[in-house]
Write a protein that binds this ligand. Structure first.
Ligand SMILES: *[C@@H]1O[C@H](CO)[C@@H](O)[C@H](O)[C@H]1NC(C)=O
Ligand SMILES: *[C@@H]1O[C@H](CO)[C@@H](O)[C@H](O)[C@H]1NC(C)=O
Ligand SMILES: *[C@@H]1O[C@H](CO)[C@@H](O)[C@H](O)[C@H]1NC(C)=O
Length: 944
C-alpha cells in the first residue's frame, strides 16, 4: 500500500517483522525518505482551499438499501432461492483488465424463477421511487446465445397472498457483463418484500457482481453503473489511444522478448521505450474522473524488461495540479517487480481538495529499463468491513507458556537452534526480572538454574522451544528473562528474544550487554495476528563464538483490563484537583441547600495530532481535528527539507497555512523539527556542503525559522532522533548539538526545547533504551544545552503497560516534562488497535511525568503506518477512534449536589473549563469557570 500522501517522507520504523535471523541488527528502524523526493523532481505538497467546497457529509454514505452489495462480506444477507450460490474472487491469474471483482455465481437452477434474493422489507416505503442497478452475467454449458436476467420484487401480504413485480430485464451473453437497470414504486406496504434476480432457463448460471437499490432523486453516487474502472482502454485493445509516455516513448505489443513475454490477459500490453530518467513512464490523464474525499484503489499488472535489470521498484504516482496551478506528487502504490513475471501493483488514494489536472503514471526503474503494463484499474475503493471483535478463549493471563522454564527437568522442552550446545547450570538470580514483577505481582521465586549456551558458530544460535499451540491469536504476550554473557566475554553484544513465526522474525525484546560481570534483564512483548503453522521462541544475538546464559524465561498473556483498573485510580490521584466553589452572597441562608450541577466542557490536558497541509482541504478532517484535539504537530511541513528543499529557496507557506488553522481554532502547535540527525533524511544540498558552509547553513536555518515563528510554536524538537543518527556531530563536532539548543533558546526563549526519539519505551531497541536517553540528555545539559522536555515518539507495537511505565519512571528522574510526541499503534483488528491505544493513553495519562500526548495522525491514508488509523479514508470512525472518544469523555469531570452551610460546594475534577448551573429563588444561573492545573485545592468565588 502506498499511502505516502500525508507523510511525504514515509517513516519505516517498525522493526518487529523482519525475515532473516542474521541481519536483524542492520535492519533496525529508521526514517527513510520516499524516492520521489530523492529524484529531485518534486513540487511541494501545496493545495489551495477551494472556493466552493461543499460538505460531502451527505454523499459520504451510499444509501444503498441492499446489504453487502458487492459480496465483500461473502453471501451474508443473501439467500439462494431453491438453488445454490457461491463466490468467485478472481485470483491474480483470472483477473482481466476489465473486471477484477469478486462476484456471486448462482447455480444448480432447475426453474426460471430460481435466483439470489435479499429481504428488503423494512427498507422501502410506499410512494418513493427506487432505482435498481445491478451488474450481471450468465454462464454454463447449457447457455445458448443470450439469456434474460430479470430483477423482480416479491410482495407478501398476510391477508391477500403474494404478488410479483418484474422491474426490469436484460439479455446477456456469455463473457459479458450487463447492467440491469430499472425503477419501481410501491403503492402499499406489504408484510414482506424480497428483491431477487432470476430469469435464465434452468441449468444456466447467473453471475452477479453488484446490486444497488437507491431512493431515486437523492442524487447520490450509485455503485457501479459500468465496470467502475475510470481508466480508458486499460487492456490496450485500442492501441496506445488515451495513453502517453511521460518523458519517454510507449508502444503496444502482443509479445516481447522473442515471444517469451505475453500479455497478462487479453491480447495486448504496453511497454515504455527510451526511458532516460527514473520518473519516465506511461501515463493517463484522469482529470475530472476522480472525486475529492472518495477513496480509490488501483490494481495493475507490471513487469520490467531490458538493460540487464532483473528486479526493480515500480511506483504508481499521481500528478495533481490545483486550480491555482500548484503541483503535487502523490505516491499511491509501490512494488518490487521482476523481469520474469507479471506482478500485481496495488494501492489506495484519496484527494482532499479540488484539482484542475490529475494524471496517473508508473515510474521507478533505472533509465534504460522498460516498464510493461497490462490492465490498470482505478475504481472507487470498497469499504473495508469493520473488524470482528476477537473472541479470546481462556487467555490464561500471567501463566508462563514456556515449558520447564525453571530447568528442574534438565533441558527437557528445550532444543539448541543450530549446532550450539545447551547445558544446565546454577547461580542465576532467584528474583523475577523487574518488568515481570511489575506485571505479575507476588510470584514464587525463580529456581536459580540457567542454560549455558556454548559452541555457537552463528549469531542466531541459542536455546529454543516450539510454542505453536500455546500462543493465542490477538493476545499480547510479555517476554521477560535474565541473560548474561559467558565467562570472559566482553561486549557490546545484543541479546534478543526472537519469535520465528513461520518465515517471519518477530522481536520479543533485546538488551545490549557489555560485560560478563552480572545478569541483565531482557523485556519485551509480541502478538500474533495471523494463524501460523509454526511458532518458535529462541534467544540469540551475541557474536559467533560468544557463549551466554539464560535464566527464568517467561512468556505470559497480559491482562490489560486489570492494569486499567489500577491506572484509573492512579489517574484520579494525580490528574484531578480538589475544587471548592464558594458562593459570595451576603446571606448564606439564601443559598444553603441549593442544587448545583457542575459540568466539565473541556479537559485542558494536551491531546494532539499530526496534521499535514493537504488535510486542510478536507472539511471532514478539519471538523474532527478541531473538535477532538487541542494540540498539533505538522507531519513534514516544518522540516528543513520541506522549508528549504533547494538552497536559498524558502517555503514557509505550508507551515503558515497549518499554523493559521491552529491559531484560528485555539490549538497549540509543536515545532517539529529544526534538524534531523539521521543521515538519509538530510537533503542533498546540505549533505554536499563543506564544513564551514554547513556551519553557516545550520546557523541560517535556526535564525530563519525561529525568528519567523518567534512565540508561535510552544515546543521545538531541536534535533530529531539523536540516538539513531549523528549527521551533524559527525560533520561539525560534538558541540553542535548543545549549540543548536543554545542558539534556539536565544532566538525564542519562550519555546520549550525537546529531544525527540523512538523505541524508548518498548524494550525492543538497544540503541534507545531509557538509560541511553538519560545519558544523552545529561550530557547535553552538562554542555549547557537548555533541554526543556523529553519527547518519546511512541510508534509502538503490542504495548505492555508496565514496560512503558517503567521507562517513564526511569526518565522521570530528570525532572523534565515528558511528552508522547508521535504516538501510533497498529493492528489489523480495530478492536486490538483500540486496546493498544487505550494502553498507551491510560499509561501516559496516569503518569505524573507525562504532560502531553500527540498522536501521529488519525485519518486513513494520511498516516505513516498501515492499520493504525482511527477514522477511515471517507470519514467513518472505527473502533479505535471510538475508544479515543470514550476516553476523552471519561476524562471529563461532572458533579452535582447541594450548597453547604458555608455557602460552598466541593468536588474533585480534571483541569479545564467548566459550567456550573445553580438554581436560586426560581432563577437558574449558568456560570463558567476554569480549573487550572495545580496541586493545591482551588477555591473559585462565584457570584450567583
Ligand atoms: C480515447 O482516445 C480516443 C482516440 O484518441 C478518443 O477518440 C477518445 O475520446 C478517448 N476517450 C476518452 C474517454 O478520452
Ligand atoms: C519448577 O517448575 C516445576 C513445574 O514446572 C514446579 O513443580 C517446581 O516447583 C518449580 N521449582 C521451582 C524451584 O520453582
Ligand atoms: C564445543 O566446543 C568445545 C571447545 O571448543 C569442544 O571441545 C567441544 O567438543 C564442542 N562440543 C561439541 C558438541 O561440538
Amino acid at each position: 500500500m502506498g499511502n505516502l500522501l500525508a507523510c511525504f517522507f514515509s517513516i519505516l520504523k517498525r522493526h518487529k517483522n523482519l525475515n532473516s535471523l542474521q541481519d536483524y541488527m542492520e535492519k533496525l528502524p529508521m526514517e527513510v525518505p520516499t524516492t520521489s523526493m530523492i529524484n529531485g523532481k518534486d513540487g511541494f505538497h501545496v493545495q489551495l482551499q477551494e472556493p466552493n467546497a461543499q460538505s460531502s457529509e451527505k454523499n459520504r454514505h451510499t444509501p444503498n438499501i441492499i446489504d453487502n452489495h458487492t459480496f465483500s462480506n461473502g453471501l451474508h444477507a443473501w439467500n439462494a432461492n431453491c438453488c445454490d450460490a457461491f463466490l468467485v474472487s478472481p485470483s491474480v491469474k483470472e483477473c482481466s483488465p476489465k473486471s477484477c471483482k469478486r462476484h456471486a455465481v448462482v447455480t444448480n437452477r432447475t426453474q426460471n424463477w430460481q435466483g439470489l434474493e435479499q429481504d428488503i422489507t423494512r427498507k422501502v416505503s410506499p410512494g418513493s421511487t427506487y432505482k435498481v442497478s445491478a451488474r450481471v452475467g450468465v454462464s454454463g454449458t447449457r447457455l445458448k446465445g443470450k439469456a434474460d436476467v430479470i430483477a423482480t420484487i416479491k410482495l407478501e401480504y398476510q391477508q391477500s397472498g403474494t404478488k410479483y413485480l418484474n422491474i426490469t430485464r436484460t439479455a446477456v451473453s456469455k463473457d459479458e457483463w450487463a447492467n440491469l437497470e430499472g425503477t419501481f414504486v410501491l403503492s402499499d406496504k406489504p408484510d414482506r418484500i424480497v428483491f431477487y434476480i432470476e430469469g435464465p432457463a434452468p441449468g444456466v448460471n447467473i453471475l452477479i457482481e453488484s446490486v444497488c437499490i437507491l431512493c431515486h432523486g437523492k442524487n447520490e453516487p450509485c455503485c457501479y453503473t459500468d465496470d467502475g474502472n475510470i481508466i480508458v482502454n486499460p487492456g490496450f485493445e485500442d492501441g496506445v489511444n488515451n495513453w502517453t509516455g511521460r518523458g519517454c516513448k510507449i508502444a503496444v505489443h502482443e509479445s516481447m522478448g522473442d515471444g517469451k513475454i505475453l500479455p497478462k490477459s487479453g491480447k495486448f500490453f504496453a511497454a515504455t521505450a527510451e526511458r532516460t530518467q527514473s520518473w519516465n513512464g506511461i501515463q493517463q490523464d484522469i482529470t475530472g474522473k476522480v472525486q475529492r474525499k472518495l477513496a480509490y484503489e488501483i490494481t495493475a499488472f507490471v513487469r520490467i524488461f531490458g538493460n540487464k535489470v532483473t528486479s526493480s521498484n515500480i511506483r504508481a504516482t499521481l500528478y495533481v495540479q490545483t486550480p491555482d496551478s500548484r503541483e503535487q506528487y502523490i505516491g499511491i502504490a509501490n512494488s518490487q517487480v521482476t523481469d520474469s513475471d507479471w506482478t500485481q501493483l496495488q494501492g489506495k488514494f484519496l484527494l482532499n481538495g479540488m484539482q484542475s489536472k490529475v494524471v496517473i503514471y508508473l515510474e521507478g526503474p533505472p533509465p534504460g529499463t522498460d516498464i510493461l503494463l497490462d490492465g490498470l484499474v482505478v475504481q472507487h475503493a470498497e469499504k473495508i468491513p469493520p473488524s470482528p471483535e476477537p473472541d479470546i478463549e481462556n487467555p490464561d493471563y500471567g501463566v508462563n507458556i514456556i515449558t520447564n522454564s525453571n530447568l528442574s527437568d534438565g533441558t527437557n522442552g528445550w532444543f539448541p537452534l543450530g549446532s550450539c550446545v545447551l547445558k544446565v547450570m546454577t547461580g542465576s538470580p532467584h528474583i523475577l526480572p523487574p518488568a515481570a514483577r511489575d506485571t505479575l505481582g507476588p510470584h514464587v521465586p525463580l529456581s536459580g538454574r540457567c542454560i549455558h549456551i556454548t559452541n555457537r558458530t552463528q549469531t542466531w544460535m541459542g536455546p529454543a522451544q516450539m510454542i505453536t499451540d500455546k500462543v493465542k491469536l490477538y493476545v499480547t504476550y510479555q517476554v521477560s528473562a535474565w541473560v548474561r554473557l559467558g565467562p570472559g566475554a566482553t561486549g557490546p553484544h545484543n541479546v534478543n528474544v526472537a519469535l520465528g513465526v513461520d518465515s517471519q522474525w518477530v522481536n520479543g525484546g533485546q538488551v545490549e550487554i557489555n560485560d560478563a560481570e552480572r545478569w541483565h534483564e531482557i523485556c519485551g512483548s509480541f502478538r500474533i495476528e495471523k494463524q501460523a503453522a509454526k511458532v518458535m521462541v529462541y534467544i540469540q544475538g551475541p557474536a559467533a563464538g560468544t557463549s551466554f546464559m539464560v535464566a527464568g524465561l517467561q512468556i505470559f498473556a497480559v491482562d490489560r483490563q486489570a492494569r486499567f483498573r489500577h491506572l484509573k485510580r492512579q489517574t484520579d490521584l494525580i490528574r484531578k484537583r480538589d475544587v471548592t466553589l464558594k458562593f459570595s452572597i451576603p446571606d448564606l441562608s439564601n443559598i444553603y441547600g441549593t442544587t448545583v450541577i457542575v459540568k466539565q466542557t473541556q479537559n485542558s490536558f494536551p491531546i494532539g495530532t499530526c496534521i499535514s497541509r493537504t488535510n486542510i482541504d478536507n472539511e471532514d478532517f478539519v471538523a474532527f481535528f478541531v473538535k477532538n484535539f487541542n494540540w498539533a504537530v505538522f507531519g513534514n511541513e516544518l522540516k528543513w527539507y520541506w522549508t528549504e528543499y533547494q538552497q536559498g529557496k524558502l517555503n514557509y507557506k505550508d507551515a503558515d497555512d497549518l499554523l493559521k488553522l491552529c491559531d484560528d481554532n485555539n490549538i497549540a502547535a509543536r515545532g517539529h523539527c529544526i534538524f534531523w540527525d539521521v543521515d538519509n533524511t538530510v537533503q542533498d544540498w546540505v549533505k554536499n556542503l563543506n564544513k564551514a558552509d554547513l556551519a553557516t547553513a545550520v546557523q541560517n536555518r535556526l535564525t530563519s525559522l525561529l525568528n519567523r515563528y518567534k512565540g508561535k510554536f510552544k515546543h521545538y524538537d531541536v534535533n530529531n532522533e539523536m540516538l539513531h543518527g549523528s549527521f551533524y556531530p559527525d560533520r561539525l563536532g560534538q558541540d553542535i548539538r548543545p549549540n543548536m539548543f543554545k542558539t534556539a533558546n536565544q532566538l525564542d526563549p519562550s519555546a520549550t526545547l525537546f529531544v525527540n526519539d523512538y523505541h524508548i519505551e518498548d524494550g525492543c531497541d538497544t540503541r534507545s533504551t531509557p538509560e541511553k536517553y538519560i545519558a544523552q540528555i545529561l550530557d547535553l545539559q552538562q554542555k549547557g544545552a537548555p533541554v526543556g522536555g523529553i519527547g518519546i515518539q511512541g510508534h509502538i507495537d503490542s504495548p505492555v503497560g508496565p514496560i512503558v511505565c517503567s521507562a517513564l519512571d526511569k526518565l522521570g528522574i530528570l525532572g523534565l516534562p515528558i511528552w508522547f510526541t508521535e504516538l501510533d499503534v497498529s493492528s489489523i483488528n480495530e478492536y486490538i488497535r483500540a486496546d493498544d491505544l487505550e494502553v498507551m493513553l491510560r499509561e501516559a495519562f496516569a503518569h505524573p511525568a507525562v504532560e502531553g500526548i500527540i498522536l501521529w495522525g488519525f485519518w486513513e491514508l494520511f498516516m505513516s503506518r498501515d492499520n493504525s488509523h482511527l477514522v477511515n479514508a471517507e470519514g467513518d470512525i472505527n473502533e479505535a477512534g471510538n475508544r479515543l472518544l470514550q476516553l476523552k469523555k471519561e476524562w471529563m469531570s461532572h458533579s452535582h449536589g447541594h450548597v453547604d452551610e458555608q455557602g460552598e460546594f466541593k468536588f474533585r475534577g480534571f483541569p479545564g473549563t467548566y459550567e456550573v448551573v445553580v438554581v436560586t429563588d426560581f432563577k437558574k444561573t449558568v456560570k463558567k469557570f476554569v480549573v487550572e492545573k495545580g496541586d493545591d485545592p482551588l477555591v473559585v468565588i462565584l457570584d450567583p
